[in-house]
Ligand binder design. Structure first.
Ligand SMILES: Nc1ncnc2c1ncn2[C@@H]1O[C@H](COP(=O)(O)OP(=O)(O)OP(=O)(O)O)[C@@H](O)[C@H]1O
Ligand SMILES: O=c1[nH]c(=O)c2[nH+]cn([C@@H]3O[C@H](COP(=O)(O)O)[C@@H](O)[C@H]3O)c2[nH]1
Ligand SMILES: NC(=O)CC[C@H](N)C(=O)O
Ligand SMILES: [Mg+2]
Length: 509
């Protein structure tokens, strides 16, 4: 990571965003746990270190602390929110509980500019989320800016800068400039993060690591596994064997499309396993969402395990793990409650006996897409909406059977086709149809009908943690509804989901 920017993770929700913003400037950045030993941090030779925000309070008994000596290594430091409070606390200033805290927008007034705030207007809007506040600043520090509280302080000779607001979120008007000032003016970080270099280096690494052994990979046709497959194929060609499991719960014609797009076009060796009967029989009689997810997840592991051991001499298991998956699994944010059990190959048991190969584990999703495009994967494939492992199994509410799968595939296909036709697909983050186990009365051609209800769902989001429903044009919704009701036998009513996340979730189960 030589010369990149290290972000010490104290549990803020925005850490990934900071890293992405920095990488967008061509500077490498990574998020590591706050309690990483100092030697390890120094060994990475960072150009600068950012101490993130976090839920803890510096005065609390079990506060997340670091050794003060990290602030004395002559490496530029930026403390954000909790990071500012921590620096203040460690260097002899004081932090107290605020009276009401500041949440959301606040007005920042700059009183004394510095290298971090250079070029920032005297008054600007910043975004806050804190309760504690700095009461007195450490010796040698100046107050550079105020909201209702002390909001920017620094000690320029020590190259330590602190802000109480979050420069990484877009609601902080001049936040981008501040981060840019930090990485270039203060840290003098080199612009050495280029995806083309990453591709070349990764291909060389894979070649060296794999030698003349075989690699297997679960290919879903989704973005991550497909980009991983094409990248690995570049490195080792036919030593890569892909396994594509047709769970019977995929979108219309998905199997053929995967074989065509990646088998024919990219010459990947793909073994397609038709396991639809196995999955459908395991789902018989189950209508509880969590039980369905578990049943599908277990069957997936069973099928994958059997098939992978049929491939002689396979030593490596490749996965499309990406950086957010890595950060989420190591974050300090304790265990959160289980809303849904997500399943994917990341959940494959360790005792399968393969060595892991994860060539995308340092990349964010938008970077994975760029790598895909560099490798020649067409735009519409690398910009596909995510599709969950359990597939249509969790979009058919209640018990799943073959007939319902067919009905849903047809309806979903119409929706997606129309989104592309109307140039809307890339404007929404995830769109699909859900089939309800609810029948209602309708009238078609003077005949009474009694059929299922379909719900059209489209969400806009950047991180899939929060989302709003897409404001699709009425005329467009009208087209969808007409086409689905007229063309799909079994559906006589269409509803549009206008719930945001939270409190709803994107999927219905
Ligand atoms: N039908 C399938 N056959 C083989 N492997 C699969 C299948 N479905 C999922 N997987 C494996 O599970 C992993 C996780 O799935 P996930 O949906 O998170 O990622 P993805 O499908 O690669 O990308 P995206 O997030 O764009 O859908 C995939 O990378 C793939 O290795
Ligand atoms: O690979 C996956 N395996 C799963 O089991 C799974 N469940 C939900 N999702 C996807 O996660 C995102 C957030 O979904 P929710 O708002 O419904 O929790 C959305 O993009 C969902 O499609 C899954 N992806
Ligand atoms: N967002 C933050 O980093 C908050 C810091 C600290 N927990 C506070 O409430 O002041
Ligand atoms: Mg997927």
């Amino acid at each position: 990571m030589n010369n990149g920017i290290i972000i010490l993770d104290f549990g803020s929700q925005y850490n990934q965003l900071i890293a992405r913003r920095i990488r967008e400037h061509g500077v490498y950045s990574e998020v590591i746990p706050f309690n990483t030993p100092i030697d390890e941090i120094i060994a990475r030779n960072p150009s600068g270190i950012i101490l993130s925000g976090g839920p803890s309070s510096v005065n609390a008994e079990n506060a997340h602390l670091i050794e003060k000596s990290l602030l004395e290594k002559n490496i530029p430091i930026l403390g954000i929110c909790y990071g500012m409070q921590l620096i203040t606390h460690l260097l002899g200033g004081t932090v107290k509980k605020g009276v009401k805290g500041e949440y959301g927008k606040a007005k920042l007034e700059i009183q004394k500019s510095n290298s971090l705030l250079s070029g920032v207007s005297r008054f600007s809007t910043v975004w806050m989320s804190h309760f504690d506040e700095v009461e007195t600043v450490p010796e040698g520090f100046y107050v550079n800016g105020m909201t209702d509280v002390i909001s920017a302080i620094s000690n320029e000779s020590k190259k330590i800068y602190c802000v109480q607001f979050h420069p990484e979120v877009s609601h902080t008007e001049e936040g981008a400039r501040m981060l840019e000032n930090f990485i270039f003016n203060v840290c003098k970080a080199p612009k050495s993060w280029k995806l083309t270099n990453y591709i070349d280096e990764t291909i060389a690494d894979i070649k060296e690591k794999v030698g003349d052994q075989k690699v297997i990979l679960g290919l879903s046709g989704g973005v991550d596994s497909s980009v991983a497959a094409v990248l690995i194929h570049r490195a080792i060609g036919d030593q890569l064997q892909c396994i594509f499991v047709d769970t019977g719960l995929l979108r219309k014609d998905e199997g053929n499309k995967v074989m065509e797009n990646y088998g024919e076009h990219f010459n990947l060796k793909i073994k397609m396993i038709d396991a639809s009967e196995r999955f459908l029989s395991k789902l018989k009689g189950i209508s509880d969402p969590e039980q369905k997810r578990k049943a599908i997840g277990n069957e997936f592991v069973a099928v994958f395990d059997e098939e992978s051991h049929k491939i002689e001499g396979a030593k490596f298991l490749a996965q499309g793990t990406i950086y957010p998956d890595v950060i989420e699994s190591q974050s300090v944010k304790g265990p959160s409650s289980v809303i849904k059990s997500h399943h994917n190959v990341g959940g494959l048991p360790e005792e399968m006996g393969f060595e892991l190969l994860e060539p995308l584990r340092e990349l964010f999703k938008d970077e994975v897409r760029k790598v895909g495009e560099e490798l020649g994967i067409p735009h519409h494939l690398v910009h596909r909406h995510p599709f969950p492992g359990p597939g249509l199994g969790i979009r058919i509410l209640g018990e799943v059977d073959e007939e319902k799968v067919k009905i849903l595939q047809e309806a979903d296909d119409i929706f997606i086709e129309e989104l592309y036709k109307n140039d809307l697909y890339d404007k929404v983050s995830q769109a699909f149809v859900v089939l309800l186990p609810v029948k209602s009365v309708g009238v078609m051609g003077d005949e009474r009908t009694y059929e299922y209800t379909a719900v059209v769902r489209s969400a806009n989001t950047t991180d899939f943690m929060t989302a709003t429903w897409s404001r699709l044009p009425y005329e467009f919704l009208d087209t969808i509804s007409n086409r689905i009701i007229n063309e799909v036998k079994g559906i006589n009513r269409v509803a549009y989901d206008i719930s945001s996340k939270p409190p709803a979730t994107i999927e219905w189960e």
